[in-house]
Each structure stands twice: as structure tokens, then as C-alpha cells.
Design a protein around this ligand. Sequence first.
Ligand code: BMA
Length: 335
Amino acid sequence: MAAKKASVRVVVGPALPNIPWEDRPANCDEVIWRSERNPIIPRNLIPCSNSIFNSAVVPYQGKFAGVFRVDDRRRHMRLHAGFSDDGVAWKINHEPLSFIPDNPRVKELGKFEYGYDPRVVKIGDRYWVNWCNCYHGPTIGVAYTRDFKKFYQLENAYLPYNRNGVMFPRKINGKYVMMSRPSDTGHTPFGDIFMSESPDMVHWGCHRHVMSRGEDFAPLKVGAGPIPIETKEGWLMIFHGVLQSCSGFVYSFGACILDLDQPWKVKYRAAPYLISPQKLYECVGDVPNVTFPCAALVDSATNRMALYYGGADTVTCLAFAYVDQMLEWVKKNAK
Ligand code: BMA
């Protein structure tokens, strides 16, 4: 696949000329390629951190901000805000963020137990944060911020147990829309992606099945990754898929295209993975053999994508692709 300048605009969204970027290496023939600087965030970036991974970044005030999964050295799972001028070098707050109840009833949820695998999306003037929140087991937490300093928490979206809550970046047919994966209390040996709608980010319903595990590199479970990318072909959705080998779970990620107006309809699902654990920083760490994508930055003017993923539940990594080439790759490799 030749290095190229993007010609046709396929991404619906703003131009973001300053997202991280590295050209495809001359000897690389893949649709996606890893950063030479990986891992871009080491496990010990801040004093309390055992590991920093599976984290979400967005454009913010001409630069970048994010919500990071930091497991501290007690091995408590926490969320920290962070900031970056270039999307590669990050300053992550040393203290975890704490949520302010958006209304008095949210206090009934009790104290924060743990949070992990955040996603962030800007809709209107709010940056919405979803994460795996403990309420008698994992479910999907909902909060918003305008400044990455004060975070206001709403009700959990669903009953436990649930993981991988991922919003679409705009209302669809007048409703907020979120994907999620209903699960059990543990490291679920099963799981399909569903989606739900809400008029107000509090009450979620009209649940629809989106995509099943059980195929190709994902026989055990699938989960939505970054916020889906709106394109002329549909929503480009990058998802993680899990298989079980003789020595444990293997987390790879792949891509599919969802219908724009009825996003529970999968138009194309590529059979091969985009990235599987192959580099040392993906295979060696607290949980070996995990690549777990949580965020993507896209420049609509060039079709460039910078994709953030966790490596081995320990470090944060970057990969690059052109959205138009990825759409073609998904279609070509769909069954
Ligand atoms: C999932 C979550 C992720 C993690 C993955 C692999 O259930 O805990 O944060 O990356 O397992 O350990």
C-alpha cells in the first residue's frame, strides 16, 4: 500500500491538522502502522502509577486533553485527567479526578469504588465521559466536563453488569446513542455489542443488538473501541475482539462499518484483525497479549487517523492509518 496524500474527503468532521502523525514506513504494507515512539506513555509517568493504558483523548482548545486509566500502586483503578500540546507527550494530573454529583440523587450511588476504560466524546459544549464504573459490579458511568477540571456525574446508564460504553459523536434521529457490552461480574468469557438510545443521557432504552462475538479473531467477546468515526460510507467502528489460547485471553482489534441512520446494522465487518499483540510492549506487562483501543483523532482534510490503544494493560500506544484506506480495507476484507 503506497504512502499517499489523501484526495477524497470521506470523514464528516473538522480538520485537525495538528493530530499526531508518522508516515507509513517504507517497508510497511499494512493498513495501520504503529508509532516508532511506542509506548508513548510509560507505566510510571506519574508517581502513583503502576500502569497507564486504555485511555481516551480528544482535541481540546487547539491542543489535546484526555481521561486516563491509571492503576495505582495499590492496584486501585482510577481515572486521571491529562493534557498535551501535541497528543504524544502528556502531562497527567497526579491526583485522580473526583466526580461532582450532577444532582442530589446521584449521591445515592455511594462512594466511587473504581473506574476503568474511559471514553470521551464532545457533543455540543460538553465533553461526555463514559467508563466502567463499579456499582455492585461493573456498569457504565456517565459524566460530563467542560474544562477537564470539574466532572459532573449523572446516573449510571445501565444495570450492572456492563462494560465498554461508547457513545456516538452526535445524536442520531434526535437521540443520544451508546454502544455497550452486557456482561457478568468477572472477566466475561462471552459478550456481544448492543446499542441503546437516550433522550437525556439518563434514561436508556430501545436496545438493539449490533454485533456478535464468535467469529475470526474474536470467538469469545467483542467490545466497541474508540468513538465511531462518521464517514460518507457509514460509521467506522474499531472494536476489540478476544480469543482464548492455551495460555489465556488474546485481545486484538479490528474494524467494521455501521449504517449511518440505523447504526445497529453492520454493513461490513472485516474478518482479519487490524492489530494483534505482537510487539514486546503488547505482549509483556501486567496482562500479556492485550491491544485495547479507546480513542482516535481524525483530520478530515487529510483522512489521517491517530489511534490510541493500551498495550498489555500497562502502557499507552499510538498507531496511524488513513481513514479512506481503512474503509476500503474493511470492505475488501468483509465476508
Ligand atoms: C477487560 C478490561 C480491560 C482490559 C482487558 C484485558 O475486561 O479490564 O481494561 O484491558 O480486560 O485485561
